[in-house]
Design a binder for this molecule. Structure first.
Ligand SMILES: O=C(O)CCC(=O)C(=O)O
Ligand SMILES: [Fe+2]
Length: 350
């Protein structure tokens, strides 16, 4: 892994060097199997009357924890430009992009660009190196030390990404309102929603697509995520019966994904759905941008737990209180991707 990072070339560099087989570091522990079942993501038209939109958001956050939104107010051009900017950044010649490559294991910068290693769950194969996903990611932490230093964003995509983030912040407020209204609680209940992390993923084409993961299975950690993807495809969700199904890209739509923290706060009224990305193409690269809406309060004494309004005699609290840091630490102890990472905080039912 060390040598791989030292090349500063990312997965894109491997592909450019002409690899015809996937290096062991990237081979998925078990080849991802896709169910042939067709699955269409539920959709909410945000131009519907607010009360109607809230009913739909509630229904889909409860049944799946993931849905798409249309008429969301973000101009299609802004989404397309952001996706294009990420593609262009990653497709620059090696010399231009490699100077941004971040080699430190736990880089604490506001902006990083790397093939991020995602550790395997420790109980899986403790002795093996982390599984690397077939992607290179530009990460921008807008809540970094409360003082986002956007100068770290590569100039060629800076303005476009800042514009996109600005548009998405308004959408984020709208979505947060609807999600909270769907729980029957006031929009102010989560406090400020300021923290956000932008993960811009570039999934290069793969010589052996069936052997890698573009993103290994996981649930998102925060309150919710808004995801934009291009038309290539590869995103999958795991249905209740365990089948992995494709989420076909819909032009113009954005995806909303409930995160673990909102699941906790909702006292299990909402789900956080497991998802992953598989590689679909030997020819085409895929680009996606995930904007994570995380709590702005992440100090040692900022506790989150099921909202008291949602705790009743019939439905006692399902989780003990936790801080954002505890949540993230627990996830990384388990290897980030462990879908049951919330079990650690769960109060057993008598
Ligand atoms: O690339 C995608 O479509 C999904 C990315 C994702 O799930 C994530 O960044 O958490
Ligand atoms: Fe995700």
């Amino acid at each position: 892994m060390f040598n791989f990072h030292e090349t500063r070339a990312g997965v894109r560099g491997l592909v450019e060097s002409g690899v015809t087989t996937v290096p062991p570091l990237f081979v998925a522990p078990t080849p991802p199997v896709t169910s042939p079942r067709r699955f269409s993501l539920p959709s909410v038209d945000l131009s519907l009357p607010r009360a109607r939109a809230a009913v739909l958001v509630r229904a889909f956050a409860r049944s799946y924890g993931i849905f798409q939104v249309t008429s969301h107010g973000v101009p299609p051009g802004a989404v397309a430009s952001a996706l294009y900017a990420i593609r262009a950044f990653n497709e620059q010649p090696f010399a231009a992009r490699s100077r941004f490559y971040t080699t430190e294991a736990h880089a604490s910068r506001a902006v990083t660009y790397a093939t991020v290693p995602i550790p395997r769950p420790t109980d899986d194969e403790p002795a093996t190196a982390p599984l690397m996903c077939w992607r290179d990611s530009l990460l921008v932490r807008f809540d970094h030390r409360q003082d986002p230093d956007v100068r770290g964003i590569p100039t060629m995509c800076r303005d476009t990404l800042l514009e996109y983030r600005y548009m998405l912040t308004s959408l984020g407020w709208k979505v947060a309102d609807l999600l909270l209204e769907g729980l029957g609680v006031g929009a102010e209940r989560l406090g400020e929603l300021g923290g956000c992390l932008m993960q811009c993923h570039y999934h290069p084409p793969c010589p052996e697509p069936g052997r890698v993961l573009g993103s290994r299975e996981h649930t998102d950690a925060g309150l919710f995520t808004v995801l934009a993807q291009d038309g290539v495809g590869g995103l999958q969700v795991r249905l209740d019966d365990g089948d992995w199904v494709d989420v076909a890209p819909v032009p113009g739509a954005l995806l909303v994904n409930v995160g673990d923290l909102l699941k906790v706060v909702s006292n299990d009224e909402y789900k956080s759905m497991e998802h992953r990305v598989v590689s679909k193409s030997t020819q085409e690269a895929r680009v996606s941008i995930a904007l994570f809406f995380n709590p702005v309060k992440h100090g040692k004494s900022d506790f989150f737990g099921p909202l008291p309004e949602l705790v009743t005699a019939e439905k006692p609290a399902r989780y003990r209180s936790l801080t954002w840091i505890q949540m993230l630490d627990n996830r990384s102890d388990l290897g980030h991707a462990k879908p049951s990472s919330l079990d650690h905080f769960r109060i057993p039912l008598n």
